[in-house]
Design a protein around this ligand. Structure first.
Ligand code: CUA
Length: 339
């Protein structure tokens, strides 16, 4: 009786843990809630393989239970059961069935692998071209045709096929938007570029989360980005607004001075500034500081004051600024809005 109680306790603990872990899912960061053609088809592949695995599991366990019960040693019976060796039928069965299962798995997987591969050039004129560059620890997105560069946030029109060219400025990263497509590595070096495509799905005004999926250093786990899918019209407006943005879009003159003196050599605003750090165009409209912190002034000040504290190992230097200067430049940055 006591033993059963203990077992019951273990089971309920297990059930509670399972329930708790179910809450860990994030619908905007899940390959199990696919959006768009590529993610849909990849999800189908997962279903095929999981179904086969479950089938194998059930058959093996049923056979196991059957043998365990049927051939268990009975009281007073010391005879050896009939031994089966070299049974052609059995050997044939357990060779042919796995081969068939592997074929069922392999054919769609290989077909999809070719379907999802991409060349250096987009397959059609209607595809939107994006160049993705991984940096320790942020993402740069270039729209070559639109002639603009963003960081951390990829804005895309809905119902659009996107052709992606991937490279890295330093070490190997991996570009992953679980809701839209599987991951692809970004490699350093011009000769090692990867290409992929995905489509953005029909939903508009949604944000999908993206992750770096390759261990790339101390802040690998903090290398997040966002994909915002909007209507085609909103996308056009966004492009126009982004291109029109300049470093004067914030009304804070003191902060602008601090920014121009200390930050502009690495960070661009509009067409102005360097490109070793992420572009800060429209920074006031973003919803994360450094890609991970809540988007408010306190966090921005914390980040500028000591970037290593927030994202260990990143390349942003600790700039020698007074508290007043940090305050002013934070106001300036938060005031940078797209028209
Ligand atoms: Cu970049 Cu992990």
């Amino acid at each position: 009786m006591k033993k059963w109680l203990q077992k019951g306790r273990f089971l309920s603990l297990f059930a509670m843990l399972a329930l708790l872990l179910m809450g860990c899912g994030d619908p905007t960061l899940s390959a199990l809630i696919p959006q768009g053609e590529v993610a849909d088809k990849q999800f189908q592949l997962m279903l095929i393989s999981i179904s086969i695995m479950i089938l194998v599991l059930v058959v093996v366990f049923v056979l196991y239970a059957f043998v365990l019960l049927k051939f268990r040693k009975k009281k007073g019976d010391n005879s050896t059961p009939k031994q089966v060796e070299g049974n052609h039928m059995l050997e044939l069965l357990w060779t042919v069935i796995p081969i068939l299962l592997l074929i069922i798995l392999a054919v769609p997987t290989v077909m999809r692998t070719f379907e999802f591969s991409a060349d250096a050039k987009p397959a059609s004129k209607n595809e939107l071209s994006i160049k993705v560059t991984g940096h320790q620890y942020w993402w740069e997105f270039e729209y070559p045709k639109e002639e603009l560069i963003t960081s951390q946030e990829l804005v895309l029109p809905a119902d659009t096929k996107v052709h992606v060219e991937l490279s890295s400025a330093d070490v190997i990263h991996s570009f992953w938007i679980p809701s839209l497509a599987g991951k692809t590595d970004t490699n350093p070096g011009d000769k090692n570029k990867n290409y992929m495509w995905f489509d953005t799905g029909s939903k508009t005004d949604v944000v999908y989360k993206g992750k770096c999926a390759e261990l790339c250093g101390a802040s690998h786990a903090l290398m997040d980005f966002k994909v915002r899918v909007v209507s085609k019209e909103d996308y056009k407006n966004w492009v126009a607004g982004y291109k029109a943005a300049d470093d004067k879009s914030s009304a804070n003159a003191d902060g602008q001075q601090v920014f121009e003196k200390n930050c502009l050599s690495c960070h661009a605003v509009g067409q102005n500034g360097g490109n070793t750090g992420p572009s800060l165009t429209g920074f006031g409209d973003k919803d994360r500081v450094a890609g991970i912190l809540e988007h408010d002034k306190e966090n921005l000040k914390k980040w500028i004051k000591d970037p290593q504290e927030v994202k260990p190992g990143n390349n942003m230097p600790k700039v020698n600024l007074s508290d007043e200067e940090i305050d002013a430049v934070s106001d300036y940055l938060l005031g940078l809005k797209l028209k």
